[in-house]
Design a protein. Structure first.
Length: 420
């Protein structure tokens, strides 16, 4: 295996990534990128010459799939199981704007190649096969590389329908399906993401699709923009990449970063650190209110746009996890580093957590109380009756909404206005 890859940002060469005989990762920017480009990662600063070591390795390995999804891909591709082998195979179309290309190959064209619009029965068959075949039609140069452990598929979604990207062409939508362990996850995430928008949080747009006999969540990619038939890519880094840590440390109770460490790292690169710190505080509070114990360091990212620099990205992967009995009842990021059950988070502990990331109490307390009231009102008004009718999924949605309402209503960590 050739252990070198060229890194591109569109048609511009960013640098070179390689692994030496000791399996140590190295990265070096081109001179042209050093002069006119930007640092593609907090742990990959421009102007420092050749970079090497674990932080370099983890920056790149964090763009790969995890868990069972990764195992299925490795079986299909018959790779040696190393991160670099997967980067060689999947690197042309990953999260953000970068493409990893084998020496001698061309970067993906700006006007990419796509399949014909998929018929409903063909698309539903592909979705059903996702757990077993996350790499689709490799002989036709279709591929997938999306970080995370969920069953998902990157596609091009337009008014005409859904197409499959070919040979590194850019996608603009992610289709997610439920798993055997969490059969209602699609509805759960749809509801929570819609509620997040109701309370004013910036988050990815979602839609609920019935494709044949499969329900799918369509997530509009915030790192892509479709205009005049072209998909523009925007660069991003999740917080594991930003901190140079492996995905195995994404949870604080596994030794990973907490809210304070993430906020400090964000402040170092954000163009508007005060605003982004407040958004992180709101995101953390929203997760507590809806009972999302999975708000870890890979579920928040920074997004780079040439006109605005680095900013906190729209939020994603918001789920009401406490409805599942097997999910641990401790938040992924611990309040002030203390491993306590959600129901034992007190107003003083929540306030201390907000203060630890530099937020003034009066504005964040006011925002949190308003968020709780809006959530209760929005949950009460939420309905999918037109889409679901009297199907079994209607009962699933009602159960989820009842559980969400109980969770929000019973949240006792917000201080009253009188106690501030």
């Amino acid at each position: 295996m050739n252990k070198r890859l060229n890194v591109y940002y569109g048609k511009r060469e960013v640098g070179e990534l390689w692994v030496d005989q000791a399996e140590i990762y190295h990265f070096r920017y081109t001179r042209e990128w050093e002069r006119k480009g930007f640092s593609i990662g907090r742990v990959l600063p421009c102007g420092c010459g050749e970079l090497h070591g674990r932080e370099v390795e983890y920056f790149w390995s964090n763009i790969l799939p995890e868990g069972i999804c990764r195992e299925s891909i490795e079986r299909e591709l018959r790779t040696d199981g190393s991160d670099f082998a997967l980067l060689c195979e999947l690197g042309k179309e990953v999260a953000g704007a970068l493409s990893l290309v084998k020496p001698g190959d061309e970067p993906p064209a700006s006007r990419g190649s796509y399949s014909a619009v998929l018929k409903e029965e063909e698309l539903s068959a592909r979705l059903r096969n996702l757990p077993h075949r996350p790499i689709l039609h490799r002989n036709e140069r279709w591929s997938l590389s999306l970080a995370g452990a969920q069953n998902k598929m990157a596609v091009l979604r337009t008014k005409e329908g859904i197409r499959m990207p070919r040979d590194g062409a850019a996608s603009n939508c992610i289709l997610k399906i439920a798993s055997a362990d969490f059969p209602d996850l699609v509805f759960n995430e749809f509801i929570c993401m819609r509620l997040a928008r109701e309370v004013g949080l910036p988050c990815a747009r979602v839609d609920l699709l019935r494709i044949g006999d499969v329900w799918a969540l369509a997530v509009e990619r915030y790192d892509r923009h479709l205009h005049a038939g072209l998909v523009q890519r925007f660069h991003q880094q999740d917080f594991c990449q930003m901190l140079g840590i492996p995905h195995s440390l994404k949870y604080e109770f596994h030794g990973g970063p907490g809210l304070q460490e993430c906020t400090q790292a964000m402040r170092e690169i954000s163009a508007l650190p005060v605003e982004d710190a407040f958004l992180l505080g709101q995101w953390y509070t929203f997760n507590l209110l809806i009972g999302n114990m999975d708000g870890h360091a890979k579920n928040i990212s920074m997004l780079y746009k040439p006109q605005s620099g680095w900013r906190l990205s729209p939020f994603y992967d918001l789920v009401h996890t406490v409805v599942y009995e097997d999910i641990r009842g401790v938040t992924a990021m611990l309040p002030c580093g203390r491993e306590v059950n959600l129901r034992r988070i007190t107003p003083s502990l929540w306030q201390s957590t907000m203060q630890s990331i530099g937020l003034p109490l009066r504005p964040i307390c006011s925002s949190a109380r308003e968020m709780k009231n809006t959530l209760l009102s929005s949950i009460s008004d939420f309905s999918l009756t037109e889409r679901l009718g009297r199907s079994p999924q209607s009962d699933v949605v009602r159960r989820l909404l009842r559980s969400l309402e109980n969770c929000v209503r019973s949240a006792g960590f917000l201080p009253t206005a009188e106690s501030e």
